[in-house]
Write a protein that binds this ligand. Sequence first.
Ligand code: AMP
Length: 221
Amino acid sequence: MSFSELGLRSELVNAVAAKGYETPSPIQARAIPAILEGRDVLGGAQTGTGKTAAFGLPLLQTLAASEFKTKRPRALVLTPTRELAAQVHESLQDYGKGLNMRSIVIFGGVGFNPQITACRRGLDIIVATPGRLLDLINRGEVHLSAIEILVLDEADRMLDMGFINDIKKILKTVPDKRQNLFFSATYSKDVKRLADSILNNPVEVEVAARNATADLSLIHI
Ligand code: AMP
């Protein structure tokens, strides 16, 4: 199985080749076709399984495929920490470098102005931690009315960190009709409840990582 056999366009196939990825990891092989079909996905996956590309590649392809032009963001990725937000954003930039997408990473603890300036300029993708994003929404600087794809990355950690109310407030500002991709390493009652409230008839994709820094070469489909 190759990345092009999963249905990805040449710009994305070339970008992952440039990163040195030879074959899709198990979660990529299962999630990418489902996401390209427009399905919601519930992914049980830890960091180290290749989950960022599993949602990032089809997200970029879906945005690049549609003619719809707006200054407002069309995809939102929520992550628990600024480190993960920065890492996901960097990966999306690497994967999407042939596609002319505008993206921004938003997190707290730094000045507002560069984030506000970038939002006003117009963008396609926001990667954000919930607190600062909500702050910018409340200030009228971020409008999520054009969101087509919502990703919750490491949902269990977002709940552990007490982001549930921020997430609920953010969800009130995104359109009802959208694609939802939900990733979590663990599934407590609270995580399941949140997943149920967000997902519509999801494809379930579960992969077992050996540990938090799984060696992808050791995972076989
Ligand atoms: P993630 O689980 O998304 O944090 O990815 C873990 C690491 O695996 C990152 O360093 C990725 O660049 C790398 N990676 C993701 N997909 C693949 C793949 N198909 N082949 C090789 N490495 C990959």
